[in-house]
Design a protein around this ligand. Sequence first.
Ligand code: SF4
Length: 349
Amino acid sequence: MEITRRDFIRSSLLLGGSLLLSPVSLYAVQKKGEAWQPAYEKLEKEGKLAERIKQAYSIFEHCQLCPRRCGVNRLKGERGFCRAPVRPVIFSYHPHFGEEVPITGENGSGTIFFSNCNLRCVFCQNWPIAHEGRGKEVRDEDLADMMLKLQKIGCHNINLVTPTHVMPNILNATRIALKKGLYLPLFYNTSGYERLEILKVLDGIVDIYKPDMKFMDADMAEKYSGGASDYPEVTKKAVIEMHRQVGVLKTDENGFALRGLIIRHLVMPNRVAGTEKFVKWVAENLPKSTYVNIMAQYRVEYKAFEYPEIARGITVQEFLEAMEWAKKYGLINLDSKSVALWNFYSQRR
Ligand code: SF4
């Protein structure tokens, strides 16, 4: 049966934008009156969280927290590719209203921006934080207090932006905060450049994963993301593992995210990001109802000016073809803001 653009847009809005259109999510995980329990609380009750923190901290001695596998001893002050010290450096923490609708909710996502990064893309949109490491070094106890403050002001989740190189600190801070009353979903907002072995440490701790899938071609990843030619293959395996742990996105009765996977893909100029391969891969390897955010907001930042292929914003046509590919390969749970943008431009063609 032929699916019309109107049908497709409607089904995407119903799935991805349930907060806008329906008071009851199609994927509601929690019935009215049922108590929410974050994954990390369950693990603590099973007596396993402390052991995981110990395991995570031991990785600092010969750092292999990410696929760079630098092997430096961060406990002794050595620094690897990410240039991060052993303590987390925080640029800012605050409610964030620019995330996907089920993440932002009404009161914002409780976002903590970690400085430094293990990927270091030449087009980084947050380069003063990720590349220059601007921010303040804090103790795990301080990080726990930030989580609790974000919870107190009504944020819907703890949004850990660029968490990979500070994962042990995050686990320790989460346990400290849990003992003081933290109950929000833990939201791991990552570049996707994650090792399987490290993700297994996070199994049963993270509630929501949001990996990027930036590139599908090794040569593009190598050129634009610090020589990380293994990025596409590493990220594919990581996303499959994240889905195994948390499944498709599930929300509460208000449409706010509780658990699950969101994949983010930034459309880049001149098809550099491999968008058609990306949507095809998702359609063939994950449920078609996987929440996918195809983003139009690429802008020329940091060193992108030095690379002619990516030294401009994307065109309307480049965004529209990305969304058409998503339709062609049958993805049905696209981010509602992207769908609205697609609809807006489509009507003007
Ligand atoms: S987290 Fe940093 S030091 Fe550790 S392996 Fe990755 S890039 Fe190297």
